[in-house]
Design a protein around this ligand. Structure first.
Ligand SMILES: Nc1nc2c(ncn2[C@@H]2O[C@H](COP(=O)(O)OP(=O)(O)OP(=O)(O)O)[C@@H](O)[C@H]2O)c(=O)[nH]1
Ligand SMILES: [Mg+2]
Length: 302
């Protein structure tokens, strides 16, 4: 997982330790490091910020005399990332469900993001994850646009034993979601998971439609589904979806593939929202909660 990032952070620590820890030497090699980070899918803004913060962290700190400089730099890198992940807070879906349950309402979650990033499969994965933990869930097939989208949700629903609320193709996605919420309220369902059609952040009409779905269904949580393989587009995509519709959390998919991993950092930096789960395969059980500390220890082993 995230081999690219591990290599790049290791390189970075090595070079800084070798050239010296002064702000001048970091500045000297800074640009080439920024480029290397960008090549590993970390957005330019993030890379620049990281180098700047690292420079000041290192200049403020006293290197313990006998300590290994490389490990020292790595510790500072870990610190930078941990600060970033902590600063965006966390979101515990189970707590959110309990809160809504106490007022007799279902938690409404809408999934959004660019085409093919894994929204539909992630809806089913999360439905399954919640079901296994004793919650009653329903899925709304609100992608009424792409051919096969409704059947895809239905098949997944059958596989995991979760009810799907659907209309016909071309129907208003907001109306499907609205029906699913009504159904949930009537049947004491804990969570409504709304699948939506993939859309490019540059397509104004489809982004307006997304805003409408959000306006009508008033979701408690909007989850941006981002593909770890996206590369440098991740920053721009996450930024636009957050600005246009507003997101509350991120699920990063395809982490099992050979992703460089920069998207994990870029999307959090861009939106200031936490990653809550990672998709790690094509099965409905392939979803794991995101743990920032684990992630950081994995990409920057000491
Ligand atoms: N390896 C791997 N594949 C994934 C993961 N998540 C989704 N996929 C695959 O990615 C492809 C697209 O997944 P979908 O869930 O259909 O994506 P989508 O965002 O709903 O796509 P659109 O509705 O067309 O926008 C499928 O082949 C999924 O099996 C993951 O975590 N790991
Ligand atoms: Mg889909």
């Amino acid at each position: 997982m995230f081999k690219g990032l591990r290599r790049v952070f290791d390189n970075l620590a090595e070079r800084i330790a070798y050239t010296g820890l002064s702000p001048q030497s970091i500045e000297e090699i800074g640009y080439s490091i920024i480029l290397e980070l960008v090549e590993n899918d970390i957005a330019y803004d993030v890379a620049e910020n990281l180098i700047k913060s690292l420079g000041s962290k290192l200049s403020e700190a006293k290197v313990p005399r006998f300590s290994d400089k490389k490990i020292f730099v790595k510790e500072k890198l870990r610190e930078y990332l941990l600060e970033l992940f902590i600063s965006v807070g966390e979101l515990d879906l189970r707590k959110e469900i309990e809160k809504k349950r106490s007022i007799g309402k279902p938690l409404v979650i809408v999934f959004l993001g660019p085409n093919g990033h894994g929204k539909t499969l992630t809806v089913a994965k999360l439905a399954y994850w919640l079901k296994k933990r004793g919650y009653k869930v329903v899925m709304a097939a609100s992608d009424t646009f792409r051919a096969g989208a409704i059947e895809q949700v239905e098949k997944l629903g059958e596989r995991i034993g979760v009810k799907v609320i659907k209309h016909r193709y071309g129907a208003d996605p907001a109306a499907v979601a609205f029906d699913a919420i009504k159904y949930a309220e009537k049947h004491g369902i804990d969570a409504v998971l709304i699948d939506t059609a993939g859309r490019l952040q540059t397509d104004k009409n489809l982004m307006d439609e997304m805003k409408k779905i959000a306006r009508v269904t008033k979701p408690d949580i909007k989850i941006f589904v981002g593909d770890a393989l996206t590369g440098n587009d991740a920053f721009e995509q996450a930024t636009r979806f957050n600005e246009e519709v507003g997101i509350d959390a991120i699920i990063l998919t395809k982490v099992d593939s050979d992703a460089k991993g920069g998207a994990a950092i870029s999307t959090v930096y861009a939106t200031k929202k936490p990653i809550i789960f990672m998709g790690v395969g094509q099965g409905v059980e392939d979803l794991i909660p995101f743990d920032p500390k684990n992630f950081i220890e994995n990409i920057i082993p000491l």
